[in-house]
Design a protein around this ligand. Structure first.
Ligand code: UD1
Length: 416
């Protein structure tokens, strides 16, 4: 199993290009299921989660050709609307095939994603929405089974803001008979990117980016070309890494508009941030100031940046409170950060972090994708060597992580 060996202490400096967004590319790849004509996507990141989803789509009868960051999908031969447990268990986002499959094929059998390290994460809202649109939905033998002649437009209300839930129902509604209104919809930029791609395919959607999305169903969608938006979590992770190490970096192919809530907190921490056209410049102070955060749905501070920001607070001056409101078990990195000498106390969904003058390198275990990124940032500032074990988590979501970090002057290497 691969590990990442980091020799801490180097200030990050230089320029790096941000990849396409994993969390936008995943639903957009599933959107190809809605049409019998080819969908061409550019700026698709080379990540394990993308490879997993492409394998899943291929076994359903979709042709998928990849060349560099371009993927051409052709779902004209879609003949097996099934997502087996073996594929879904490694990636919860596989549930995103459910809505498009029911809408296009009138049936689907998709494995329940099951538990995951950061919490229970049920899919009841996805099911509730499809049911309200007239599908017969049952959970049998660990699979969601849905069937209908044609989905019907409906007024949908989700009990909580759910990103993939909104995306699944928005995709399903594109081919439904009549108008669907999704209330309490997620406003994440990835939802907007998906809506833009669907509109390019002929869908009639308004309100994406607000909490009420309206979709007028159409008979069919056609082929299109779409460029996936920049990854705002990768963007944020490099900003935090540079801030923690007292560095100065320029990130290209991204923009501050995707990371407003984080930029706000990094400014409070003492960083200088200059927005440029399709780029961000960050200069960190000699010492950061601790800043409290509370995660919540977009446009508030993203839960996917919580671990990385905790790492920053570990070496900042002062103390900060971190509240996690999205997932119930998302502080597993805290115990690992303590192994590096961090001063963190956890009480339920709240972490109290007091900055220490220095962290010390140690062996730590990555527990999930973003937790791993927090540990890498801590390793970059720790004295001596930090070995991050189980970095397959990082390969799910960070394209060429060690190459990009090395280009910024970090001393990192992958070891087997
Ligand atoms: C997406 C992101 C993930 C991010 C998360 C929150 C993708 C592929 N993944 O995950 O990186 O951390 O948003 O920003 O885009 N919930 C239910 N029932 C449901 C659906 C959700 O109870 O049917 C709960 C979840 O357990 C969680 C909360 O709602 O507590 C939000 O989850 P959700 O927004 O659905 O997360 P994902 O879409 O899975």
């Amino acid at each position: 199993m691969d590990k990442l060996l980091i020799e801490g202490g180097a200030r990050l400096h230089g320029e790096v290009a941000i990849s396409g967004a994993k969390n936008a590319a995943l639903p957009i790849l599933c959107a190809a299921l809605l049409s019998a004509e080819p969908l061409t996507l550019t700026n698709v990141p080379a990540l394990r989660d993308i490879a997993t989803l492409l394998a899943l789509l291929r076994q359903m009868g979709v042709k998928a050709e990849q060349s560099g960051d371009t993927v051409v999908l052709d779902a004209s031969g879609l003949d097996n609307p099934v997502a087996p447990y073996e594929m879904v268990k490694t990636m919860r986002a596989s549930i995103l095939v459910l809505g498009p499959l029911v809408a296009r094929c009138g049936e689907a059998r998709v494995s329940l994603p099951g538990g995951c390290a950061i919490g229970a994460r049920p899919v009841d809202q996805h099911i509730k929405g499809l049911h309200a649109m007239g599908a017969e939905v049952a959970v049998e033998h660990g699979y969601v089974r849905a069937r209908t002649r044609r989905l019907k437009g409906a007024r949908l209300f989700t009990d909580m803001v759910t990103v993939t839930g909104t995306e699944n129902l928005m995709m399903a509604a594109c081919l439904a008979d009549g108008e669907t209104v999704i209330e309490n919809a997620a406003r994440e930029p990835e939802v907007v990117d998906l809506a833009n791609c669907l509109v390019a395919m002929g869908a009639r959607i308004s309100g994406a980016g607000t909490d009420v999305i309206r979709i007028q169903g159409v008979e069919r969608l056609h082929g299109a070309t779409h460029r996936v938006m920049p990854d705002r979590i990768e963007t944020g992770t490099y900003l935090c890494a540079a801030a923690a190490t007292g560095g100065e970096i320029r990130l290209t192919r991204t923009a501050t508009s995707y990371v407003d809530s984080l930029v706000d907190k990094l400014l409070d921490a003492g960083c200088e941030i200059t927005p440029e056209r399709d780029a961000i410049h960050l200069k960190a102070p000699e010492q950061l100031t601790a800043v409290s955060i509370r995660t919540a749905p977009y446009p508030a501070f993203p839960t996917d940046m919580q671990a990385q920001f905790m790492a920053i607070n570990c070496v900042a001056r002062g103390a900060a409170v971190i509240r996690e409101t999205i997932f119930e078990n998302r502080f597993m990195h805290a115990v690992e950060l303590q192994r590096l000498g961090a001063d963190i106390k956890i009480d339920g969904n709240t972490a109290f972090v007091t900055g220490v003058p220095r962290l010390q390198g140690a062996t730590v275990m990555a527990t999930d994708l973003r937790a791993s990124a927090g540990l890498v940032i801590a390793g970059l500032v720790a004295e001596g060597e930090t070995l991050v074990d189980r970095i397959y988590h990082l390969d799910r979501g960070y394209e060429k992580l060690e190459t990009k970090l090395a280009a910024l002057g970090a001393r990192v290497r992958r070891v087997s």
